[in-house]
Design a protein around this ligand. Structure first.
Ligand SMILES: [Zn+2]
Ligand SMILES: [Zn+2]
Length: 262
């Protein structure tokens, strides 16, 4: 059984090797995923340690593995991120620690480094069933029931228990777990009127669509695993980067930017 991280990495390597407009983004993402897997493994394999769910107390351990990710970004990242990583590598470790604590309390999708480092930490919390604490988040059905994070993407998959053609789930941008969500509802504002919800896709990405809402002008990408079962939502979402450009040109804002900043 491939692990969660291996599955993402393999898919990113595969898609990066295909000639397409998002090749460079995927090549970078593949390296970033490797650094995240390394963080995850160092947390998981640490002897006599389990997370408390309170980042402040877990920080002693979490900060041990952050340098490797910064080095990866300095080496493989796009120019602006790479130079930010260089700065963080020589800065006091407190700088990065403060960023992580701030992200934990009040996440923002523009805090690239904190989000990248804390995804594997939060994922380890889900797997050890450790409740995250100290997060001041809104809650409700449009937030992750485990950690309160915002949705990164939605995906449709067949579930045997259901007679419908597919159930819709949202995938959390922080802990990367998913939760069931109603099919025809805006994941940002809860709009339910079909006339306000639009779906757009291009033949180039047959299993991926933009799910846009005209009430709040936000969008999210939906990955349809019933059309293409080999897709890996987090990675395929990045692969379909041209759809983000389309959505932006049409005045929509993404609910949560992904790790390549789209
Ligand atoms: Zn979550
Ligand atoms: Zn909306």
């Amino acid at each position: 059984m491939p692990t969660f991280w291996n599955k993402q990495i393999e898919r990113a390597d595969y898609l990066a090797a295909e000639a397409s407009g998002s090749r460079e983004l995927l090549a970078f993402y593949a390296q970033l995923l490797r650094a995240q897997e390394w963080i995850y493994e160092s947390l998981r394999s640490r002897k006599d340690w389990l997370p408390s769910g309170e980042l402040e107390s877990d920080m002693d351990v979490v900060q041990l593995s952050m340098t490797a990710l910064l080095e990866t970004v300095a080496l493989h990242g796009p120019t602006s991120l790479a130079s930010e990583a260089q700065v963080l590598l020589v800065a006091e470790s407190n700088t990065m620690i403060d960023e992580m604590l701030e992200y934990w309390r009040n996440p923002s999708d523009t805090q690239f480094f904190a989000k990248s480092i804390l995804q594997p930490y939060a994922r380890w919390l889900t797997e050890t069933k450790t409740t995250p604490v100290g997060r001041e988040l809104a809650g409700g059905e449009r937030a992750c029931p485990f950690c309160g994070g915002r949705p990164q993407l939605s995906f449709l998959q067949s579930k045997e228990s259901s007679a419908e053609s597919g159930n819709r789930d949202l995938l959390c941008a922080t802990c990367l777990s998913s939760w069931e969500f109603r099919r025809v509802v805006c994941a940002n504002c809860g709009e339910e009127r079909p006339s306000k919800l639009g779906y757009f896709h291009s033949p180039e990405f047959d299993h991926i669509r933009i799910e846009a809402c005209d009430s709040c002008q936000h969008y999210i990408k939906g990955i349809d695993l019933t059309r293409f079962g080999h897709a890996v939502p987090l990675v395929d979402e990045i692969y379909a980067a041209p759809l983000d450009l389309w959505a932006r040109e049409h005045g929509y804002t993404k609910i949560e930017l992904n790790l390549v900043g789209l």
